[in-house]
Write a protein that binds this ligand. Structure first.
Ligand code: 13P
Length: 253
């Protein structure tokens, strides 16, 4: 049986003081939730703070992006090795905000995914369609294209060391959560597509849902057979909300 995973994506929010308050409240609130891996992903400057605060706790931490190259002359870049240096276990790769705002192509996302693996990090690979793509009936084609770029570069087996996050762009930060049935349909599509080439990888890989998940909607989403947890934006900045979402992922006893 697959474990559950809930990751908070703080996006470009927080400061030293607010982060410290959030982390000090999260440690007891999330410690430990049996059967659920809880993760927080902070902006680069705060990774040292996460390492200091969360070391020895039940909460893992990660970054929201990484550079597609090894250390070298890449001004402003942050490498996978640097993330590993700060104890990151996870890194979000190919978030739709990186794709749409920062111009990341499928090819760049594939390179970043490979860099994460090389440094021993677990990439959380984000895929998802825009509203226009959903309305034109190309949701599956879009998600397949995004996945295939990574598989073509690194091979399907590498997904055994990765996590996939399905985040419909129209549901991110909009308050419009996909219904459990809508999300499940795409999650099943992803798993079935992987199963066509590697059943073991398909059966083991965690597929998270992201997009306006709140404490009130989490349990129904996480109850779906192919939804293995969530990637949480806005609600991950609120202790009570994030803790309730993590608890909602707990398998029934
Ligand atoms: P929201 O939960 O704020 O919609 O953000 C989702 C997301 O983009 C997580 O990566």
């Amino acid at each position: 049986m697959r474990v559950k995973l809930v990751a908070g994506n703080w996006k470009m929010n927080g400061n030293l003081a607010s982060n410290q308050a959030l982390l000090q409240a999260l440690i007891p609130a999330l410690s430990p939730i049996a059967g659920v891996e809880c993760v927080v992903c902070a902006p680069f400057p705060y990774l040292f703070q996460l390492q200091q605060a969360l070391h020895g706790s039940s909460i893992a931490w990660g970054a929201q992006d990484l550079c597609q190259f090894d250390n070298g002359a890449y001004t402003g870049g942050v490498s996978a090795a640097m993330l590993a240096d700060f104890g990151c276990r996870y890194v979000i790769v190919g978030h739709s905000e990186r794709r749409s705002v920062f111009g990341e192509t499928d090819k760049i996302v594939a390179l970043k995914f490979a860099q994460a693996l090389k440094a021993g990090l677990t990439p959380i690979l984000c895929v998802g369609e825009t509203l226009g793509e959903r309305d034109s009936g190309v949701t599956e084609m879009t998600v397949a294209r995004q996945l295939d770029a990574v598989i073509a570069h690194s091979g399907v087996k590498t997904l055994a060391q990765a996590v996939i996050a399905y985040e419909p762009v129209w549901a991110i930060g909009t308050g419009k959560t996909a219904t459990p049935a809508q999300a499940q349909a795409v999650h099943a599509f992803i798993r079935n597509r992987l199963a066509a080439t590697d059943a073991a990888v398909a059966g083991g890989v965690l597929i998270l849902y992201g997009g306006s998940v709140k404490a009130a909607s989490a349990a129904q989403l996480f109850a779906m057979p192919d939804i293995d947890g969530g990637l949480i934006g806005g609600a991950s900045l609120i202790v009570g909300e994030f803790a309730a979402i993590c608890r909602a992922a707990q398998p029934a006893a």
